[in-house]
Design a protein around this ligand. Sequence first.
Ligand code: ADP
Ligand code: MG
Ligand code: MG
Length: 512
Amino acid sequence: KIFIPKSPLKCAKVPEMQTQLEDSAKPIVDPHDIDSKLVQKLANDALVWCSLRGLLVGDRNSERSGTIPGVDMVHAPVALIPMSFPESHWKQACEVAPIFNELVDRVSQDGEFLQQSLSRTRKADPFTSRLLEIHSKMLEINKLEEIRLGLHRSDYMLDEQTKLLLQIELNTISSSFPGLSCLVSELHRSLLQQYREDIASDPNRIPANNAVNQFAEALAKAWNEYGDPRAVIIFVVQAEERNMYDQHWLSASLRERYPTSNDRYGFNDCRDGQAVAVIYFRAGYAPSDYHSESEWKARLLMEQSRAVKCPSISYHLAGSKKIQQELAKPNVLERFLENKDDIAKLRKCFAGLWSLDESDIVKDAIERPELYVMKPQREGGGLAQEIDCLYCNYTSKSLILDPLLTAGNNIYGEDVRGALLKLQKEGTGSDAAYILMQRIFPKISHSILMREGISHKEETISELGIYGTYLRNKTEVLINQQAGYLMRTKVSSSDEGGVAAGFAVLDSIYLV
Ligand code: ADP
Ligand code: MG
Ligand code: MG
């Protein structure tokens, strides 16, 4: 029998719009209908705004831009006009955020479930195996994490045919862009305000986005719960990080509002003797973050410490693709949640998810690979977990075969068939490193995408991320909220083999 801590599920408050919306939701102008002169003006104003307001990333053409702040910066890739999004689906996504937060917490407390569900993956995937090893050690010493902090982002696509909002994944580690996403919403509101007459749209239809301050608040409250005023918050970051301004926005918000100090460290250079209250990971989600044994040692040390980890090893594992697939099986949610309505709300946004030992599904995926995505137990290879992926490279075979989808770890289209047949032939159990997922087909929209100072009118698809913050101390839930959003829009192209396709930008939403 598993231990479920008793805590009331706090209900989601759907964020209020700043002003009352008119009843008749008018769609925003078709961006492709905006004449080129006006696009020029909008683009110029957007570029100035990004530069003045810090909507920036390190320039990928510069070597120093990932290590030294303040040099070789470029505006973040952004959409010029926010993406239309149905208000009902927006509300639905906000409403489930605190339920997912609670679910992650409860799953994290069931060590046996995590170990069991990942036992086959462990044999097939060395990275997961290392994480599980740390997790096992914590189980052995009966390590209690009384203060638990989650800074999550649940990502969705709106399936065009079924009109269902379907979850792509739930990120529990290094959920990126809380800083820049707020700025994109502000940029769009400012442009719509300024060009109100020309593009006849209502800036108040862009929902307020306060992700960065809500993340800062959660970090600060966790620090406060830790209860040592001299202890600090540390950000564990990659040695080279061109998305550093997103992270600096969060640091700045913390410094401005709270009496805590926070510092950036690499995995290997955490100082001895400094009391640490909260460890916030913006690294450690990918094998490439662990160059040697010393990073694994550092991760273990951090996990053993009394500090609040964001995420703890069990939160990290609870966000893995394999666990997502296990949770989608019948009667598994019931193991963690009591409220039937909550369970129904989560289940409604689950896409089809399968393990590769389900032979009927594998057979079907071999016959109709275009309806599936094959995902390895990996994080951050997809559409812009971090900014580098916004500029996806074009070397992936999958991408060239299928420019609808960004380069990364996932396998699509014909490659699914190939990969499945290969795994079947090998028969070594390495299939346990993957899951199969129903492929979601979002609506194709018109966008204007800005990259390196140039605007492009493109056909696009979008993915909506909803941030969630969660903090508890023992049985008391201190924070459980929806905490802002991130829209990402990427070039789509039905033109298979088209290498010209394929980049993604930060976006915001315009409720219709
Ligand atoms: P990661 O942790 O690497 O970000 P994701 O599960 O988010 O992994 O997959 C990466 C990208 O692949 C997503 O951003 C999305 O664009 C695409 N993708 C993932 N799953 C699906 C799916 N079921 N249908 C369509 N596209 C998907
Ligand atoms: Mg992810
Ligand atoms: Mg993702």
